[in-house]
Design a protein around this ligand. Structure first.
Ligand SMILES: CC(C)(COP(=O)(O)OP(=O)(O)OC[C@H]1O[C@@H](n2cnc3c(N)ncnc32)[C@H](O)[C@@H]1OP(=O)(O)O)[C@@H](O)C(=O)NCCC(=O)NCCS
Length: 210
């Protein structure tokens, strides 16, 4: 999606930045992991396919993605951005007749970053962005039946189970964004700041605080 091509979302533990070519090699390395392939129901891609995929996430109107960076590491301008990458988060507008329906995906790819509240923080940030900037009114997640952690996280965020597909061994959870959900989301993300990504990168390289 073009809308977030220069957007940085600044959170407490993380910053979310657009998925650029610079991030592809690390992302490609992550997706070689059979564990991540299984947890995210993904097929491994060649490096070339991964560059094409990154381009399509940047350009297609039905896809919005951010790369998750460790905010503290990123604040240190000596650390390359690629070395600050923790995972990614996506919104996919699955129904061309209903752009208010969004499928949400999140991956904390680095195991050492899991279980520290990052998944919850990033999911709330992305939902808040989806609601306020993309007009999302309903979120859907499809999760492998074995992925208890992800199921627990989305239930904690008030998603409700709507169906189970035994063939694909996955459960679908949904959250409709009514006024109370919207209010709660905005309350959870009051500290989130939207910034200009390229400007933040040049301030960072210039040694100024991003
Ligand atoms: C699922 C995932 C996004 C959760 O992110 P995270 O940063 O590890 O989770 P958080 O620390 O924010 O915890 C969020 C909730 O998840 C649940 N959770 C986290 N770790 C857990 C664990 N080890 N055991 C059980 N539940 C756990 C809890 O409900 C927790 O809420 P709480 O801390 O209020 O109890 C992350 O583990 C991940 O990306 N895993 C690999 C890829 C994946 O499975 N993606 C989802 C595909 S649908």
């Amino acid at each position: 999606m073009k809308i977030n091509e220069n957007t940085l979302l600044d959170g407490n533990k993380v910053v979310l930045v657009p998925y650029t070519e610079e991030h592809v090699p690390r992302y490609h390395e992550w997706m070689k992991s059979p564990e991540l392939q299984q947890l995210t129901a993904s097929e491994p891609l060649t490096l070339e396919q991964e560059y094409d995929m990154a381009r399509s996430w940047r350009e297609d109107d039905d896809k919005c993605t951010f790369i998750i960076l460790d905010k503290q590491r990123w604040a240190d301008s000596r650390v390359e951005e690629e070395q600050c990458m923790v995972g990614d988060v996506n919104i996919f507008l699955t129904d061309p007749t209903d752009p208010s329906l969004a499928e949400l995906e999140i991956m904390i790819a680095e195991p050492s970053y899991r279980g520290k509240g990052i998944g919850k923080e990033v999911t709330c940030m992305m939902m808040s962005y989806g609601v306020t900037k993309l007009g999302v009114k309903k979120f859907q997640v499809k999760i492998g039946l074995d992925n208890e952690i992800s199921i627990a996280m989305f239930k904690k965020l008030h998603f409700q189970e709507v169906s189970v597909c035994k063939v694909f061994k996955e459960v679908t959870l949904e959250l409709t964004v009514d006024e109370s959900v919207r209010k709660r989301l905005l309350e959870h993300t009051t500290d989130m700041k939207e910034r200009d990504y390229r400007q933040s990168c040049s301030s960072r390289q210039g040694g100024l605080s991003p």
